[in-house]
Every structure is written in C-alpha cells, then in structure tokens.
Write a protein that binds this ligand. Structure first.
Ligand code: DGL
Length: 272
C-alpha cells in the first residue's frame, strides 16, 4: 500500500481514562483534518498504581484492538504510565509509527530550562519505571533531573477537586523535593496534572515554568505525518470517535467537560 492510501486512515490514541483527552484536544486543534479514534480504558483505570507488566499487557491488548477495529496510520500512547512501560513493546509489535508522551514532554522541558535543573512529576508507575531518568540521561543536553511521584493527584482530579485546601496541602508535601532542588521548569508527567496546574503553580512559585506534554506531542505527530507523507488532505473533514471500556454515558459527560467540546457518541467496548 502506498503512503497516499494511508492518508485517510485515522490516528488512534489511548489512555487509561480521560486524561489523554488533553492530547486529543491538542491534536484536534493543530490537525483538524485528521480523523481520530480515542480509547479510554476507564474500566481498568487507574494505571499509575498497577504493576508495570500489567499496564504493558493492557497497552498491548488495546493496541491490538485498535489495529483490528480501525486500521490506524499512527498510534499515540496518550498516557505517561503506559508510555513509560510499554512504548518499546508497542513499537516492535505494530507496523506504524508509535508516539508516546514521554519524549515530547522531555523535549519541551529541555527547550525551556535555562539553569539545567529540571523536574518531572508523575504517577508511582511512571516515576518507578525510571523511563524519564533514562531518557534524560541519553540527551545531549546536560541536565540535573529531580523526579517525584504524586500518588493521590489523579484521584483528586477524577473527583473534580482541583483547588481545595486538601489538594493544596498534598501538593505542598509531594512537591517538596522538587522545590528543594530549585528547578526552573517542571514537566507535568501525567495526563491528569494539567488540571492541577494552579495548585502546583502556587507551590512552585511564579519563576518555575510548568510544561505539559500535550502540545509538544501534537507537534511531534504533525512532524511524523509530514515526514511519512501520510497527512490527511487539507479539505478532509476529520471524524472523531470515542470509545470507552467503562460506562459510555459517564465518559461522554465527563469527557465533554474535560475536552471542552460536545461528545455526542461514545462507543462501548467491554473486555471479556
Ligand atoms: N493516564 C495516567 C498517566 O498519564 C494517569 C491516570 C492513571 O493512573 O491511570 O500516567
């Protein structure tokens, strides 16, 4: 099949739940002609506290389903935990480009830092995997990286609580090592954390730049589509399809709020 035949195929994207919608939104804004299918594994969420091997198995299962059901031209792992533990496996499994959120996020952090003292926060699974530490170590730029896991942040976001005293107290405690390291830029290395940017920003102070992976991931996708000559034609009208392994009605309701756009049809896909 030639590259032009792939142009009309969708970009497939998955996350453990809703958080990856920040990436979906960035892709929809930057590449409106592209068709997108988004899978939120809300039935098995959260991933951040699960063993790495289990998250990898879930990522493989979702990828196989997306490939069978949608024949995408590109796969986006819009989840930091799954990117940290499964990206290499997925890249060797499927015959298409696979984009994670980890490398684009780190890349924008490197662009922003002036002192070279950078921070990354993420789920327990992401930070324990050592993936950010390994990727930063391979970079040509000399940086001093401080990482911290932030258990509890995701649960606050899922409850819709992003500004209470409780979440601020938790942020003070969990971000202490990052503050002590005097970083000048901090990557929100979990899809949910941009929703806590205000609370995190208050703890870190105005001199620390908060970086989220969503925009840089969308730029990376645009670059790849161009390089591989598989970009949708400008006149194409991209379709959007959302699929959830959990309750599709609540996915539509919460998803629309987070995406900032109506989500008319959410399909259900139940795991056996
Ligand atoms: N999507 C996950 C991540 O970016 C956060 C939510 C979860 O723990 O599943 O790491």
């Amino acid at each position: 099949m030639t590259s032009s035949d792939r142009r009309d195929h969708p970009i497939a994207m998955f996350d453990s739940g809703f958080g990856g919608l920040t990436v979906a939104r960035a892709v929809m804004d930057l590449l409106p002609s592209e068709s997108l299918v988004y899978f939120g594994d809300t039935d098995r969420y959260p991933y951040g506290s699960r063993p790495a091997g289990q998250v990898r198995d879930f990522a493989i299962e979702i990828t196989d389903w997306l490939v069978d059901a949608h024949d995408p031209k590109l796969l986006v792992v819009a989840c930091n935990t799954a990117s940290a533990v499964a990206l290499d496996h997925l890249r060797s499994r499927v015959d298409m480009p696979v984009v994670g959120v980890l490398e684009p996020g780190l890349h924008s952090l490197m662009k922003v830092t002036k002192t070279g003292r950078i921070g990354v926060i993420g789920t327990v699974g992401t930070i324990a995997s050592g993936a950010y530490q390994t990727a930063a170590g391979k970079s040509d730029i000399d940086v001093e990286l401080t990482c911290a896991a932030c258990p509890g942040f995701v649960e606050f976001v899922e409850r819709g609580d992003t500004e209470s005293d409780q979440v601020k107290v938790l942020a003070q405690r969990l971000l202490a090592p990052i503050r002590d390291a005097a970083v000048d830029s901090l990557l929100l290395g979990c899809t949910h954390y941009p929703f806590l940017a205000r609370a995190i920003g208050e703890v870190m102070g105005p001199d620390v730049v908060l970086v989220s992976s969503a925009d840089e991931t969308a730029f990376e996708i645009a670059r790849l589509l161009d390089d591989l000559d598989i970009k949708a034609t400008a006149e194409a009208r991209g379709s959007r399809e959302f699929v959830s392994s959990g309750d599709s009605a609540s996915f539509a309701e919460i998803g629309a709020r987070l995406l900032g756009l109506p989500m008319n049809h959410v399909r259900s896909h139940k795991w056996n």
